[in-house]
Design a binder for this molecule. Structure first.
Ligand SMILES: [Zn+2]
Length: 282
């Protein structure tokens, strides 16, 4: 079953030109609208969404919402014979989430994994700076039990053999339930500020970077780290100074972690336990 899409691009074709009328729609929301439509509660699904859903990355192939006869759950499936564009990472199967979780465990004792994680984050920052559509940040080579640190060449991409897409989330759209409780690579241009705090129990100093949307300034998530990690991250002065002036500043950020909602469900936090897990530049 092809259930890798957690969202779709909503596109209406007007005047023969493809025009995006609403950035993205989440699978969970589509499933709810579809149920309401099937139960004659609302026609919104048929009127707005049906036949207007496309691959969220390359916007090439059309997607249909299909109900699994096994699980009863809805999933998004590409129309047969419609292909993704050349540079679309959805051509590749996703890495199993447990392998991504494993990649981030115990980084302090695994220099090869540190290097791999950091090189993916570097490529995401490069993508942000240049708008480059290269597949490089998204793909990794895998074996059965782990993500390998091998370089990926064009031949490997062509054959698709053991090549998988990493779970990557752009911070240009809100964090949703698919982005939490599992390891992901997050990246984007955001507004941010730093808080310095002392832990209640031992009084150790730690830092929390609060990340807000660059467009709406709405809260997205925060990441926390101890003083040793913070000191080694080369935090730009302008961001560091927000500890005293409390003003958000625009930054480019890429980090790999597991985001968890807190008890109140108002805040979403991730830990940075190793320097390789985060890159911040102005
Ligand atoms: Zn695509």
């Amino acid at each position: 079953m092809d259930n890798k899409f957690t969202e779709a691009a909503l596109i209406k074709i007007e005047n023969r030109n493809k025009q995006i009328i609403n950035d993205y729609v989440r699978l969970a929301d589509l499933a709810k609208l579809r149920k309401d439509y099937d139960n004659s509660i609302s026609k919104e699904y048929a009127e707005t969404y049906k036949n207007h859903l496309f691959c969220p990355f390359c916007k090439g192939p059309q997607l249909s919402l299909v109900r699994s006869s096994k699980t009863g759950k809805y999933f998004l499936k590409t129309y047969s014979k419609q292909v993704h564009k050349q540079d679309c990472s959805y051509k590749f199967k996703s890495v199993k989430s447990e392998l991504v979780d494993k990649l981030l465990i115990n980084l302090d004792n695994n220099p090869a994994n540190c290097k791999l994680v950091n090189s993916k984050l570097q490529s995401l920052i490069y993508k942000l700076k240049t708008n480059n559509d290269s597949l490089q940040p998204f793909l990794v080579k895998v074996s059965k039990s782990q993500i390998l640190s091998d370089d990926i060449n064009d031949k490997a991409v062509k054959t698709k053999r053991n090549i998988r897409r990493l779970p990557i989330k752009s911070l240009s759209s809100p964090i949703n339930e698919n982005d939490m409780n599992t390891a992901k690579f997050f990246y984007g241009e955001v507004n941010a500020h730093v808080d310095q705090r002392a832990s209640k129990s031992k009084g150790n100093i730690f830092y929390a970077i609060t990340i807000n949307s660059i467009t709406t300034n709405n809260y997205l998530c925060s990441i926390e780290m101890n003083k040793a990690i913070y000191d080694n991250l080369n935090i730009p002065d302008k961001l560091h100074n927000t500890i005293s002036n409390k003003q958000n500043v625009p930054i480019l950020i890429a980090f790999a972690t597991i985001l968890n909602p807190d008890k109140t469900n108002r805040f979403i936090d991730g830990n940075i336990k190793n320097v390789s897990q985060c890159i911040i530049i102005l």
